[in-house]
Ligand binder design. Structure first.
Ligand code: ARG
Length: 242
């Protein structure tokens, strides 16, 4: 009896492993953190945003079906490194440090780390941040830069950007450093807050791909360049950012 159960169990295991790899076939798995409007967010359980639309086009051109893996931002690059996802597309800023772990596609958008403060805040630019409490999303460039500039004790880390923004609103922290377009969206939805028009840092987004996967990297760069030339990339961006 025991033997039969073990045999059945192993059979199931082999079967599900097979089903798993089958499942992967024909799919482009995109790791992202879908709490980042207008780039990726969920509306009525549906993924939306600039990078979701970009990924749909990329998948289509690769003859694959897009599958979105919605995880914490600081898990996005590790999921590409481990091979769990094919691409990381999540407003990822290109940095030298990250280049040690993944390859980056050509860049497709310029962004800014922006500072969100209450309307009546005395903070008017990054030089006023000394001695203040700064909210960031864990593992983002906002986190890395601000930790470098002001030390760990000044930083409050949140898993969700929205929670950092709410903490500024409630007065729990003095400001938050997040990506400009996301900041603009969040400030629109939260009364009493503003985005300073002096940037904290400027940067560029690109798609993260597993190191050594040059085939996919080249395919994606070709698609990005097509999308830049035929205007479809701009069309998508203009749909969400005005
Ligand atoms: N651009 C920043 C970075 O690369 C923040 C990206 C956050 N993205 C997200 N989907 N939450 O670190």
């Amino acid at each position: 009896m025991k033997k039969i159960i073990i045999a059945m169990f192993s059979l199931c295991l082999v079967f599900s492993l097979f089903a798993c790899s089958e499942d992967r076939e024909g799919k482009l798995i995109m790791a992202t953190n879908a709490e980042f409007p207008p780039y990726e967010y969920k509306e009525n359980k549906e993924f939306k945003g600039i990078e979701i639309e970009m990924a749909n086009i990329i998948a289509e051109k690769l003859g694959k079906e897009l599958k979105v893996l919605d995880i914490a931002f600081d898990a996005v690059i590790p999921s590409v490194t481990s091979g769990k996802a094919d691409i990381g597309l999540s407003g990822i800023t290109v940095t030298d440090e990250r280049k040690e772990n993944v390859d980056f596609s050509d860049t497709y958008i310029n962004a800014v780390q922006a500072i969100i403060v209450p309307n009546d805040s005395p903070i008017s630019n990054k030089n006023d941040l000394q001695g203040k409490t700064i909210g960031v999303q864990t593992g983002t460039t906002g986190d890395l830069y601000a930790t470098d500039d002001f030390g760990d004790a000044a930083i409050k880390r949140y898993n969700k950007i929205a929670d950092a923004v709410l903490a500024v609103k409630s007065g729990g922290i003095d400001c938050a450093i997040i990506d400009d377009q996301v900041a603009i969206k969040m400030v629109k939805e939260n009364e009493g807050l503003k985005v300073l028009n002096t940037p904290y840092e400027t940067e560029e987004y690109a798609i993260a791909i597993k190191k050594g996967n040059t085939e996919l990297l080249e395919q994606i760069n070709a698609i990005l360049s097509e999308m830049k030339q035929d205007g479809s990339l701009n069309e998508i961006i203009n749909k969400y950012i005005n």
